[in-house]
Write a protein that binds this ligand. Structure first.
Ligand code: FAD
Length: 478
């Protein structure tokens, strides 16, 4: 895709003064030779750019799109589609940027577009009924707190009105037609786009053996969290299947609520696939020390159920009784709706370092995207917060023809029993581990090295050490 940016001044300059200067110069940005608009910093110019045709643009004194009234959030800009031939011939009224998925990557993309002066319509198609919100609190503070607690929304409703970002809630994308530059939605309408961001995230993997029972839960959405919160509590027997980060967090939080928790992990230790068995056993000890039973090297062979699961029979023959079961065996990209588009693979939507897919106008970011990791030499699906946040903002910059900057190092954090645990890089590339601090305590750093150079790190209870270790890994220093 040819992205041309005729940028006299840097529209994305960091300081407000530089941004004002950039906007005063009315930076002209050309998207792929199709969309021509004037980027005007609205707070200072009072004028907004409006796209009039694919090749011409004019600056209008009116907003590019009228400020939506709240009850328009669900309806504006969509038209019912009655047949596929109608869909292919009709041109919906507005284009601009369409973001599919109202999660972290989509939110960051919308913010970065406006921050960098993009002044044409932005619409976010959100399958959930809530304004975009943050997911990490769902397995931590929100699960520990009142089930009715407010959603951890990124922005108040007023922000979307002020920024003229239209939220289409409770509606999902069901089909992508890249040649027509259209997305079909679950209500039968279609949206046309100049640029499209796919940010539909991931969904929890399911275990066929446990599917369909009333007391089996997974945790991805606010509604999942609220439902789980209503059942777990003191004295309830909760079985967590899978010792990954979400499973461990659910175990830690529900244990804090007084539940009797058992973790069942097929590997030799929780997180063994990421950190190796030795460090994985640190998590076993952490949880056992708080009264959680951690069963490793075992899988579930059978269940005893009568509409609800009552007990799980393990590969050793042992029976584990349960009031509730949480399945936390990882996630997979939520991209089923893209079947037939030619853009997706089972491991996600492959993108280049700018987030661009095989279709010139379509970008992808976050858990749905498979980004090329130069350290591993292959595309890898996302599943962590920092990558989704950065990729969303980078995709916006790529749409505007701006330098997206360096791709971030793989990283994530988790909070368990009040301990902040952070992970960076790739332990699996290492041939040695160097410890700073006592690795049986709640404060140490494990640096994974290869040929004496840092390739990854696990920080336990040492948040302040993160910037230095990040630099070490990024530079590949010993
Ligand atoms: P999401 O935030 O999942 O947003 C995708 C949105 O798209 C969803 O709202 C979904 O409903 C919507 N959608 C899906 N399909 C469609 C469709 N067809 N049409 C329209 N909308 C659609 N990471 C960390 O690094 N540290 C943590 O501590 C941590 N804790 C977590 C705790 C929980 C409980 C969960 C679930 C995740 C956690 N993560 C954590 C991971 C992190 O939150 C995700 O990596 C991040 O949210 C991914 O952002 P995203 O925008 O790609 O997807």
């Amino acid at each position: 895709m040819a992205l041309v940016a005729a940028v006299g001044l840097k529209a994305n300059a960091a300081s407000p003064a530089a941004r004002i200067a950039a906007s005063a110069a009315a930076v002209r940005v050309v998207l792929g030779g199709m969309l021509c608009l004037q980027v005007v910093d609205r707070p200072h110019s009072g004028r907004r750019a409006a796209m009039t045709s694919p090749t011409e643009c004019k600056v209008s004194a009116k907003p590019a799109i009228p400020l939506p009234r709240p009850n328009h959030f669900l309806t504006r800009g969509r038209e019912p589609v009655r047949s596929m031939s109608q869909l292919r011939t009709r041109r919906p009224r507005r284009s601009g940027v369409i973001i599919i998925g109202g999660g972290l990557a989509g939110q960051r993309c919308a913010e970065a577009l406006r921050r960098n002066g993009y002044d044409a319509p932005i619409r976010m198609v959100c399958a959930e009924p809530h304004r975009p919100y943050d997911r990490p609190p769902l397995s931590k503070q929100l699960l520990a707190g009142a089930a009715s607690a407010d959603p951890p929304a990124y922005r108040p409703a007023e922000w979307y009105r002020r920024e003229s970002i239209e939220l289409l809630l409770r509606v999902a994308a069901t089909e992508l037609l890249p040649t027509e530059r259209q997305v079909v939605l679950s209500d039968g309408s279609a949206l046309r786009y100049d640029r499209l961001l796919i940010a539909t995230g991931s969904r929890p993997r399911q275990l066929a053996l446990l599917a369909g029972y009333e007391n089996v839960w997974s945790l991805r959405t606010l509604d999942d969290c609220r439902a789980l919160r209503t059942v777990v509590g003191a004295g309830r027997r909760l079985v967590v299947v899978g010792g990954g980060f979400i499973g461990l967090e659910v175990a830690a939080t529900t244990r804090g609520l007084g539940a009797e928790v058992t973790i069942i992990e097929a590997a030799a230790a929780p997180l063994a696939g990421v950190l190796g068995s030795k460090l994985g056993r640190w998590f076993t000890r952490l949880h056992e020390g708080r009264g959680v039973r951690v069963v490793t090297d075992r899988s579930i062979e059978r269940i005893h159920a009568n509409g609800m699961i009552r007990a799980l029979r393990l590969s050793t023959g042992e029976i584990v009784e349960a009031d509730d079961v949480v399945v936390g065996i990882g996630v997979e990209p939520d991209i089923g709706w893209l079947a037939g588009s030619g853009l997706s693979t089972p491991a996600g939507i492959p993108v280049d370092p700018h987030g661009r897919t095989a279709s010139a106008e379509v970008l992808a970011a976050g858990d749905a995207a498979a980004t090329f990791d130069p350290r591993l030499g292959r595309h890898v699906p996302g599943s962590h917060w920092e990558a989704a946040a950065r990729q969303g903002a980078r995709a916006a910059r790529a749409m505007l023809g701006l330098d997206p900057g360096d791709a971030p190092l793989t990283s994530f954090w988790t909070d368990q029993y009040g301990i902040r645990i952070q992970y960076l890089g790739h332990a699996r590339l290492a041939d040695a581990v160097v410890f700073d601090g006592n690795p049986t305590s709640a404060s140490f750093t494990a640096t994974f090295t290869r040929g004496g150079r840092a390739v990854g790190a696990l920080l336990v209870g040492r948040p302040r050490a993160l910037p230095a270790i990040r630099q070490l890994i990024e530079k590949g220093e010993p």
